[in-house]
Design a protein around this ligand. Structure first.
Ligand code: DX5
Ligand code: ZN
Length: 215
């Protein structure tokens, strides 16, 4: 059984109330927020007010994926507005030491800390610092847009990370994001993923049914 995290990037905001009610009644445990700054990725999404709106209408765990060039600044903005987990990108900071430093700051505030890697970034540099993170997010598309095709090089990374996590007795979760549907979701779960993010697959059909097929 995986944790399912529908990505609100694909939510129909003209039908906000109804779609959030559907998420609340589904088997999803998390909601995934894709924050983009128009700089780290060539797309711009939302700020902390969106989190506040969800907080009023849902008790789901708020999983915030910040695709921004300044994760140190933006992690605080989203923590102050209700994030339960902040996942920032390894590629946004100049070294792994800086990533560990930021994760420690996030955890100090009682929020889970996640680190994300893009499809072309290898996962080996994370092995020795896995215990510093609550979650590793393996991107299975280039970050920036929903509706892209699943890149199966993510599967090998998930397998390797799972092995390292078990070897080191860590509790780090593995999350995968991009091109997830029932078939690719199953491949990821079999490879060792704990959390599946899905945007277009969930919101382009019956939300409750779609979530069920990913569990
Ligand atoms: C991509 C985002 C994803 C996106 C996934 O940059 O990080 O969370 O919403 O969308 P789908 O599931 O449509 O690939
Ligand atoms: Zn995401």
């Amino acid at each position: 059984m995986a944790i399912v995290a529908p990505s609100v990037l694909s939510l129909d905001f003209s039908d906000f109330k109804n779609q959030v009610e559907k998420l609340n009644s589904s088997e999803a445990e998390w909601i995934h927020f894709d924050v983009m700054d128009g700089h780290f990725v060539p797309n711009l999404t939302f700020g902390p007010d969106i989190l506040k709106a969800f907080k009023k209408s849902s008790d789901l765990f708020m999983d915030v994926h910040i695709m921004v060039s300044d994760p140190v600044f933006f992690s605080n903005v989203f923590i102050e507005n209700g994030a339960d987990c902040i996942t920032f990108h390894l590629e946004a900071l100049e070294s792994i030491e800086k990533c560990v430093e930021l994760a420690r700051e996030i955890r100090k505030k009682g929020v889970l800390a996640g680190i994300s890697i893009k499809p072309k970034t290898s996962c080996e540099c994370l092995y020795d610092v896995l215990n510093e993170f609550d979650l590793v997010l393996v991107m299975s598309v280039e970050p920036g847009f929903g509706g892209q095709k699943f890149d199966d090089t993510a599967l090998d990374k998930i397998r390797k990370l799972k092995e390292e996590i078990e070897k080191r007795n860590c509790h780090t979760l593995i999350e995968v994001d991009g091109g997830i549907n029932q078939a690719t979701g199953l491949l990821c779960k079999n490879a060792g993923a704990d959390v599946l993010v899905a945007g277009s697959y969930v919101f382009k059909q019956n939300i409750v049914e779609a979530v069920k097929t990913l569990k």
